[in-house]
Design a protein around this ligand. Structure first.
Ligand code: ZN
Ligand code: ZN
Length: 450
């Protein structure tokens, strides 16, 4: 009996002890989950200020020396040399010109991937910045100007900045950071593979295996200091289709003696739009089908034998994407059949949906709120443009957001859009990008290690 009482008493003490322990563990954990380690956040912020001028210098270097997709040779060499100087393991030549740096922290924990894309565009720059690009090259047989007209120069510089900060703090890191500098986001030249898809194929997410990946895009129409994000489908899957309609050629004056692929095409185009307006659950997510080119015939009084249409399909949800592809095949073949013609559809899948893992997004937004100030972290609408970061997100949970690069107070409608010769980024916006990358990596490791 005495023994039993003693045991009960001991159990009670144990329970109280466990309670206190649980209070500390979960109390602390929830504090961390909400705001991260604010002291560390301050340190990262200070280190960002210290390195900012260097980040600007890097950005200007890349801006003046842009290289097209799959041709980022000098860009890659520059990045690799810098990462090596930080004493991390560096791998080059992944997906042609990709560079990966692996930074092992002082303690065990998850592997966090941080990604920046590195390619420029065949655009002739028309800004007046002193570090304006005057570079030209040959693209698809034509002499073109080359410009960082999507801001990937800032992405490289921001990630190099984050690499410096995290490598200075490596003893405190609970895990490993993989810095992924990815070529050819804008698309490899015809006939070549490239970009995130090829990096994944070549094993960039393996050895060490990446648990989670973060990526950001500067935005010329979002104010400096602001972050925009969206949980789930953020940017669209972009698929290309080719429709060939075969009829029977005849004289334009006697259509009843043939079958007309042009009138069939007109009906098909209408049918395609009806898939969106009548058969797609638009309150769930948006979707777009656009026919961008139609070609048939040679002169006014011949009904031709064949017509061809090409176009694009944009979806923000993979189930809807599958359903729309099925509907397109159905509408095209049945419409053709009803007109006495035959039609074939080829759908070429491009970039998948850029899909922000909802749980990861929810866990990481508090970090962004602390870094940027919660009033400057805004939820956005989905974008029907596409981004190949989605190939990483197909393999591991990922979070992708936009960081402001537009001068404060400017009207976004006045700011030059991406991919245009006047594209301009206010460099101060990069500070938030550097901080976000470094802090998210740090907080994720803190939340997901013992
Ligand atoms: Zn772009
Ligand atoms: Zn871009």
């Amino acid at each position: 009996m005495i023994i039993v009482i003693k045991q009960t008493a001991m159990n009670m003490y144990k329970r109280i002890g466990l309670g206190i322990l649980l209070f500390f563990v979960f109390g602390q954990f929830s504090a961390v989950a909400q705001t991260g380690d604010t002291d560390i956040h301050k340190q990262i912020s200070k280190k960002t200020d210290d390195i900012y001028e260097q980040v600007v210098e890097w950005r200007r270097h890349f801006h003046e020396n842009p290289e097209l997709s799959n041709r980022e040779h000098e860009t890659a060499a520059y990045i690799a040399e810098y990462l090596r100087s930080l004493d991390m393991e560096v791998d080059t030549g992944i997906a042609h010109t990709g560079v990966v740096g692996v930074l092992e922290g002082g303690k065990d924990g998850p592997v966090v991937g941080l990604r920046a894309d590195t390619d420029a565009l065949p655009v002739k720059e028309r800004t007046n910045v002193p570090f304006k690009s005057t570079k030209t090259t040959t693209y698809l047989g034509e002499e073109v100007g080359v410009m960082h007209a999507c801001g990937h120069d800032t992405h490289i510089a921001m990630l190099m900045g984050a690499a410096k900060i995290l490598s200075d703090m490596r003893d405190h890191l609970r895990g490993t950071v993989k810095f992924i500098f990815q070529p050819a986001e804008e698309g490899a030249p015809p006939g070549e593979e490239g970009g995130a898809k090829l990096m994944v194929k070549e094993g960039v997410l393996k050895n060490p295996d990446v648990d989670v990946i973060f990526g950001q895009h500067i935005n010329s129409q979002t104010e400096v200091g602001k972050i925009r994000y969206k949980p789930k489908g953020t940017m669209a899957a972009a698929d290309r289709f080719v429709i060939t309609v075969k009829g029977k050629q005849t004289h334009g004056s006697t259509p009843w003696t043939g079958t007309d692929p042009i009138v069939t095409s007109a009906k098909i185009i209408e049918g395609l739009q009806t898939i969106i307006s009548r058969k797609t659950e638009l309150t769930k997510a948006a979707a777009v089908i656009s026919v961008g080119k139609i070609q048939a015939g040679v002169r006014n009084n011949i009904i031709p034998e064949e017509a061809e249409m090409i176009g694009t399909i944009r979806t923000l949800d993979t189930d809807m994407q599958e359903k729309i592809h099925k509907e397109i095949r159905h509408v095209v073949t049945k419409t053709a059949e009803s007109m006495g013609t035959k039609a074939e559809v080829e759908i070429q899948e491009g970039y998948p949906v850029t899909y922000n893992d909802p749980e990861l997004t929810q866990n990481m937004v508090p970090t962004l709120n602390d870094v940027a100030g919660s009033e400057d972290v805004v939820k956005m609408n989905a974008i029907t443009g596409a981004e190949d970061f989605s190939f990483f997100q197909k393999k591991v949970p990922g979070f992708y957001w936009f960081v402001g690069g537009m001068p404060k107070g400017m009207d976004p409608a006045e700011a030059a859009p991406h991919h245009t010769p006047e594209f301009y980024i206010e460099e101060k916006g990069m500070k938030l990008g550097v901080k976000s990358m470094a802090t998210l990596a740090f907080d994720y490791m803190l939340q997901n290690s013992d």
